[in-house]
Design a protein around this ligand. Structure first.
Ligand SMILES: Nc1ncnc2c1ncn2[C@@H]1O[C@H](COP(=O)(O)OP(=O)(O)OP(=O)(O)O)[C@@H](O)[C@H]1O
Ligand SMILES: [Mg+2]
Length: 445
């Protein structure tokens, strides 16, 4: 926090800065960014956050645009968004215009722009990250960019390397040390932890996400009791929410809630209640109880207008519990629901490319449309969509798709191995460490 505090101080003195935050899943990057936002609030620095999304990484500059124009009090005037929209086909001019807008706004009031989950960011956002902080170095804007170690794309690494050369400060988050684990434990159980409790807390290997899941589980299952101001372990076993795989954890909620969790995981990290109801073919009122059940089980959380998974790691673990063969069909269904709810082709093109079968007219048309929209800014991705759309058209022309569709309208296309038709189903392991966030079978969640 000291680095961020210093950078905000510099911004108040009229200078810009860049902080790069790197770390594995669940190590506290998003939490650090949230702390930075509240620190900025206290320091009278205007601040906003944009996050890249694993399911939506082709809409040009989506994380950056949501940081600049999102929220109740956007950093930039929303009226200027239409000027940028008019230029959207030319990234060069968009960046120039954005630079001018940011400069003008920051000279009136220093700013903090946080960009999270950049391992999933589109090429435009990464290009903006490479050029804007450098061009706006003498303007009071602090940029904080966070990404998962080991998952950075070549483009992200390039931007990070250039920012590093231009004096960005790098923060690498490591697992918590013993003292910090002790402090977090004391904080969560609200008492001084005893030796046995600390010993079991050690099984989270200092990963905050796992540690918090573990401690919440212990409290939830009555495995910790307070004895003369000390938190003592009642029984030395892992709580079920940590010991169970996601499949087992889902098995403990009623079937409608289980089905809702799976459908929600396919819809996205955050989703509209209505879309989930459509996905499940349920009336919204009937979905209320399953959703409340999932909120009680701390799988879903209310995130303002939408519902969302309490953490990406939890969502991934639910997704991993879906058999690969079903995953593709569910993905295709989710794309249809989102499209009907008003998603633009670009937002669902990646999903369609991965899930559509031969002869899927809607998918073919949507991918062509996405390719047209992307052509000027991301020709590589545009030609991928065109190629995929043509492949689906060619397969239809050969009669391949028609036959399949007739025999089973909802079935995933054959000829697709389990391995390449989706994510692997949740591998089970009894070792908490191997279930570290980000691994396919994350059991803690
Ligand atoms: N230093 C900390 N002290 C207490 N809790 C923490 C700390 N760091 C993180 N946490 C908590 O651990 C959990 C995981 O943290 P967070 O979501 O920030 O991880 P992340 O690095 O962003 O993971 P991902 O790569 O999956 O997005 C959150 O509940 C967060 O509040
Ligand atoms: Mg995060």
């Amino acid at each position: 926090m000291a680095v961020i505090h210093a950078a905000l101080g510099e911004a108040r003195d009229g200078r810009g800065g860049v902080v790069l935050v790197e770390g594995g899943a669940g190590l506290g990057k998003s939490r650090l960014l949230e702390e930075a936002l509240s620190l900025a609030g206290r320091a009278s620095v205007r601040a906003a956050m944009g996050r890249a999304d694993i399911d939506d990484n082709v809409v040009p500059m989506a994380p950056l645009m949501s940081a600049c124009f999102g929220g109740n009090a956007p950093l930039l005037d929303r009226d200027d968004l239409s000027a940028l929209r008019a230029l959207r086909e030319d990234r060069y001019w968009v960046l120039l215009e954005l630079e001018a807008l940011l400069e003008r706004a920051a000279l009136q009031h220093p700013m903090l722009i946080c960009l999270d989950d950049l391992q999933w960011a589109d090429a435009g956002t990464l290009e903006a990250l490479r050029v804007l902080p450098a061009r706006l170095g003498s303007v009071p804007i602090v940029w904080i960019a966070a990404y998962r170690t080991g998952q950075a794309s070549a483009l992200l690494l390039r931007s990070v390397a250039e920012l590093g050369e231009a004096n960005a400060t790098s923060l690498v988050l490591d697992p918590l040390d013993e003292d910090s684990v002790g402090r977090v434990t004391a904080d969560l159980v609200n008492a001084q932890p005893g030796a046995a409790l600390l010993e079991i807390a050690d099984r989270a290997h200092g990963i905050p996400f796992l540690l918090i899941e573990l401690l919440r589980g212990l409290l939830e299952e009555g495995l910790v009791r307070i004895d003369r101001a000390q938190a003592v372990l009642v029984e030395a076993r892992l709580p079920s929410r940590v010991g169970d795989s996601m499949r087992e954890r889902l098995d403990r909620v009623p079937a409608p809630a289980r089905r809702a969790a799976v459908a929600a995981s396919v819809l996205g990290r955050s989703f509209r209640f209505d879309d989930l109801a459509t996905m499940l073919g349920m009336a919204p009122a009937a979905l209320l109880e399953p959703v409340e059940e999932l909120m009680r089980a701390e799988i879903l959380a209310d995130s303002g207008e939408n519902l969302g998974f309490r953490h990406d790691i939890i969502r991934q673990a639910v997704l991993d519990s879906v058999p690969a063969a079903a995953r593709r069909a569910l993905d295709r269904q989710a794309a249809g629901v989102l499209l009907a709810a008003g998603a633009v082709p670009l937002e669902i093109a990646t999903r369609l490319a991965a899930s559509a079968g031969p002869g899927d007219e809607v998918a073919i048309a949507t991918m062509h449309e996405a390719a047209r929209a992307l052509g000027p800014t991301d020709p590589g991705m545009a030609s991928e969509f065109t190629r995929k759309a043509l492949a689906l058209t060619a397969a239809r022309a050969s009669g391949d798709g028609t036959r399949r569709r007739r025999s089973s309208p909802r079935r995933a296309p054959r000829g697709q191995s389990r391995a390449d038709s989706g994510r692997p189903s949740g591998a089970r392991t009894r070792d908490l460490h191997r279930a570290a966030p980000g691994s396919a079978g994350a059991r803690c969640a």
